[in-house]
Structures are given as C-alpha cells and as structure tokens.
Ligand binder design. Structure first.
Ligand SMILES: *Cc1c(COP(=O)(O)O)cnc(C)c1O
Length: 388
C-alpha cells in the first residue's frame, strides 16, 4: 500500500485549512440533508437503535432500495438481493475483493475515483485504466475511444468498474457508450460493477442525454451487473457512510462474504432513517438536481471569466477546467499555489489518473457549496492574473 499512503486530496484540504482558503477541492456539501432524515436518525439513536443490525442490512432499507430502483429506474429488484454496506466505497471494495484473484484484471476509466486503484491493489489485481478525454462534441464532454476500450480487455478481465455520472469529469455516459461497455464485458464474461452514487445529480441540459442510465437496465446486463449507490451524495450526509449493492443473488452473496469480514455491519440508527428518505416525494430529488445545476452555472461562469477553459458538467457536483490558457503547464503546481494566490483550493485531475500526463493541466472544482460561498469564490477567482 506504499503508493497510497498520502493523497493529493488530503494534502489540498490540509492546505485549504492552513491558509483559510475556500475549499472547492474535496467534494462534500456544506449544508445538511433533509430535516426529516436528520430527525429520524437522532430519534433512532436516543430510542435505542444502536446495536449490530442484521448482516445484509435492516429489512426496511433493503426494501426501500428495491422500491427506489423500481420507482426511478424501472428496475425490478428483490430486497433479498440488496446488501447494505459501509458506503459505496465498501460495496466497491467488497465486490472487487470477492471477484478478483491476484493477477486478474479490472478495467476502468481514468481519471477515476481514488479508491478504485487502491482497492484493485488490495485485491492483488491489475488496473487497466482507459483514458477519458474531451470529445469534439459541442458542448464538449469527456468520452473514451472504442478501440482503446477494447484493447484494455484480456482473458484475465474479471471486473469492469464503471462510474456514471462520472467523478471527476462530470460526464454522463450515453446508452451507446454503456452498451459498448456491456458488450465487451459479456464477450469476456466479466462482471460490471456500476458505481451510481451520483444517480440523482444529472442536469436537464446534459450534453450526453437527459437522464442517468443504470447499466442494469440495458438488455441482458442485469445478470452480470452489481449496481452500487449510497446515501452520502443523494442526501448530503457523506459522513454517514451507508451504501448498498444489488444484483444477481450469487454475485451479491460473494460480495456479502467479503463485506462481512471488512466491517460486518454499520450504521444501525441511520439505516431506517435512510429507508424513509428514499421514499421522499419526487420534488426532493428534482430540487436537488435543479439546485446543483444553478450552482454549477454560478461557479462555471466565474471560472470561465477567470480565464480557465470550462468543460460543462452534465452530472455530479464537480466541474473540470483546463488552466493551460493561463500559461499553466502543471495542475498540481497550480493547486499548491491557488490558495495563496486567490484564497481558493481545488484539486489537480492528474491525482485521479494512473497516467498523470492525461490530466496534466486540468483542475477539478466542487460546486456543492452554499451560494454565498460560491459567490465569494468567484469574486476571489476574478483576481487571478491573466498569466501565471
Ligand atoms: C463519493 C464517492 C463514492 C463514495 O461513496 P461513499 O458512500 O461515501 O462510500 C464512491 N464513488 C464515487 C465516484 C464517489 O464520488
């Protein structure tokens, strides 16, 4: 684990704290989730719901996840085939550990969520990371080259780790892209592990398409897909770490076998509260996306005015910029200087890449912050010199 001891994200958050900069590096909201959710969890804690919950999760939450998948995605899920985990992170880790032997290969896309590479290393597996690059579409988004994707597969491919809406690029994969991924997975008899934690954060003007498409909804894919999500992003409770995974019974059983020795269980008082929140009216979920879309626009306009090239975000609460127009040749260097220069912290995209050249001048900003915080950040960014 030596290569994974320190992360640029932790370093940037520490730098933001030291310098008093506005932290648009780490992606956590600065407001709380729905009041009913918070009240339910508090009542559960004082009401004695504090001991080990059942291994697969509390029945109410497993049923609520199944109901949510039917309501939002038209997926038919048996609550028996839902496993509650310690955040999406544990669901991903348990899936990779369960499915990969040392020497097996995991195909994913880079830049990637930072736990992916560490998890694959924990399993003794090998990461094959396919580049996502800006596409010539208008507006530009990030996409993969079909030949590069095919070349990443081999007879040792066991898992394809897909994340859409995608952190950090803000890309939302289209049905055509997901179908291509699914075809290659089927050809190689690989399991798709689909990280859908941003499922409710897709913007109505998304260039890739109007909606999030769960991999399991594609023809023939439910039988080889583990679908993962979590409460952290949807309900602005990233510190609670309650997630879930569902899929074919034999795959979920394998994940459960690994999961029970990672954490056994977690979040007893949170699980029933999250079950109720998953049943909130549609307005909660549409307001979440609409509010974030407004915040995205506020920050994106400011970043553009500061001279950065902005890649429009179609989903998640992140936006990627290219600092090359400011004369920047290294995003890591810029991120170390940015708090000092203007009092804003961000993270370099190369930190999310196996090949740091890929995102050399790209920088990620988070917009899941209160409007006044984003407005202040935009004011500060306006002070950025035209050439650095
Ligand atoms: C935040 C995030 C996660 C982690 O979710 P938890 O429920 O906090 O473990 C997983 N994948 C992606 C892409 C994320 O951005």
């Amino acid at each position: 684990m030596r290569p994974f001891t320190s992360t640029i994200f932790a370093e940037m958050s520490a730098l933001a704290l030291r310098t008093g900069a506005i932290n648009l590096g780490q992606g956590f909201p600065d407001t709380d989730g729905p009041p009913s959710l918070l009240a339910d969890a508090a009542a559960n804690i004082t009401g004695g719901v504090n001991q080990y919950p059942p291994g697969p999760g509390v029945p109410a939450l497993r049923a609520a996840v199944a109901e949510h998948q039917s309501r939002f995605h038209g997926l038919s899920v048996d609550p028996e085939h839902v496993l509650v985990t310690t955040g999406a992170t544990e669901a991903i880790a348990a899936a990779v550990l369960a499915l990969c032997e040392p020497g097996d290969e995991v195909v994913t896309f880079q830049p990637y969520y930072d736990s992916y590479a560490a998890t694959v290393a924990l399993a003794g597996a090998t990461l094959r990371a396919v580049p996502l690059r800006p596409t010539p579409l208008r507006p530009p988004t990030f996409g993969f080259d079909a030949d590069e994707l095919r070349a990443a597969f081999s007879p040792r491919t066991r898992v394809v780790l897909v994340n859409s809406p995608h952190n950090p690029t803000g890309a939302v994969f289209t049905a055509a892209q997901l179908t291509r991924i699914g075809e290659l997975a089927a050809e190689h008899d690989a399991v798709v592990v689909s990280d859908e934690v941003y499922e409710h954060m897709v913007f109505s003007d998304a260039p890739g398409g109007p909606a999030h498409i769960p991999v399991a909804t594609l023809p023939g894919m439910a039988e080889r897909t583990l679908t993962i999500s979590s409460a952290g992003k949807t309900f602005s409770v990233t510190g609670w770490k309650v997630g879930w995974v569902h899929g074919p019974p034999e795959l979920v059983a394998a994940v459960r076998a690994a999961k029970q020795y990672l954490s056994y269980v977690s979040g007893a008082p949170f699980q029933p509260a999250i079950a109720a929140a998953l049943a909130l009216p549609d307005a909660f979920f549409t307001d979440l996306a609409a509010g974030l879309q407004r915040k995205r626009d506020l920050l994106s306009v400011g970043l553009g005015a500061a001279g950065l090239t902005v890649y429009p975000s179609a989903g998640t609460y992140f936006v990627i910029t290219d600092a090359a127009p400011l004369g920047v040749t290294d995003g890591v260097d810029l991120c170390w200087r940015l708090p000092e220069l203007v009092g804003v912290a961000a993270v370099p995209v190369s930190g999310f890449c196996a090949d740091p050249e890929l995102g050399r001048t790209l920088v990620r900003f988070a917009f899941c912050k209160r409007d006044e915080v984003l407005t202040e950040a935009v004011d500060r960014l306006a002070g950025l010199p035209a050439h650095l």
